[in-house]
Design a protein around this ligand. Structure first.
Ligand SMILES: [Mg+2]
Length: 281
């Protein structure tokens, strides 16, 4: 790893130019953190280098705000963040923008036929112990994963036809289904990309002559729109999930050789290279 960190440092000395901002939008689970043991590898060392070069890293995650707060000791994200797959934009501790409230989503889901509902295990309906069994999270974190403001998260066992019925019902109520690494999520119409655009506009839109570029990193289908909007993008390898949709539809991405956590620093190293090339296709 020291080589990777040294390379990122020296690449940025060449790449950075005054007045031109770089904003990194990054998923967390399966991208920064390993799904298995929540290890973050050399993430903090990489963050220190990025911070030294005034590069802003914004978490764009399916986690809840509470989960993000609880992971501060490991991840140390102190600025704005996007939680619940775009459903929540957090500008500061006291300023949150919520797209579609959790109660509205629960009401729409309750109107689904029993045959569809029986295929879903919604986190908000599970006991903390049941969530721990699925996620391997400690008690307090499992509890904070359940407390959602703008989305519902669930495991899914239904057929493709059953999933089509679910999507149709959600669409009729202006909701959408997104697929993460381990879970499915129901959110309003604002996904990770819409929320990121709104946040960036808020942060940089009013600066005169602001010049910036966006990099994005993610591992699952719920990161697709986010990766697509970026100027440079990396897909973090994740052998636990099917990544064919991302790989087939994002030809101009870097596809990491390592999984999380080390695939993150590996990808940052690649994105910081002046002559950056995709390795897909
Ligand atoms: Mg992920």
């Amino acid at each position: 790893m020291p080589n990777v960190l040294e390379n990122i440092s020296s690449n940025l000395e060449v790449l950075r130019s005054p007045g031109h901002e770089i904003i990194i939008l990054s998923d967390i689970d399966g991208t920064i953190m390993s799904h298995n043991d929540y290890d973050t590898g050399c993430f903090m060392d990489t963050m220190d280098i990025l911070k030294y070069h005034n590069i802003v890293v914004i978490p764009v995650t399916s986690k809840t705000l509470l989960e993000l707060e609880m992971s501060q000791s490991i991840l140390k994200f102190h600025g704005p963040s996007i939680a619940e797959n775009g459903g929540v934009i957090s500008i500061s501790d006291h300023a949150h923008d919520i797209d579609c409230h959790h109660e509205t989503i629960i009401k729409v889901l309750s109107e689904l036929p029993k045959s569809v509902l029986s295929e879903m295990k919604c986190l908000s309906k599970l006991s903390i112990r049941e969530i721990q069994e699925i996620t391997n999270l400690p008690y307090a974190q499992a509890e904070s994963a359940r407390t959602r403001l703008a989305s519902e998260t669930f495991t899914w066992t239904g057929t493709v036809d059953c999933e089509k019925r679910l999507i149709l019902h959600l669409r009729e109520h202006n909701l959408r289904l997104v697929k993460g690494g381990r879970f499915y999520h129901v959110i309003g119409l604002r996904d990770k990309a819409h929320a990121s655009k709104k946040l960036i506009e808020f942060m940089y839109g009013k600066k005169p002559n602001s010049s910036f570029e966006v990099w994005a990193l993610g591992d699952a289908e719920n990161d697709f729109s986010l990766l697509k909007l970026a100027d440079k993008r990396a897909i973090i390898k994740n052998t636990k999930i099917d990544q064919s949709y991302l790989v087939e539809n994002l030809k101009s991405a870097y596809f990491s050789k390592q999984e999380a956590p080390f695939g993150w620093a590996e990808s940052i190293e690649k994105l910081t290279q002046k002559k950056w090339e995709t390795n897909i296709g």
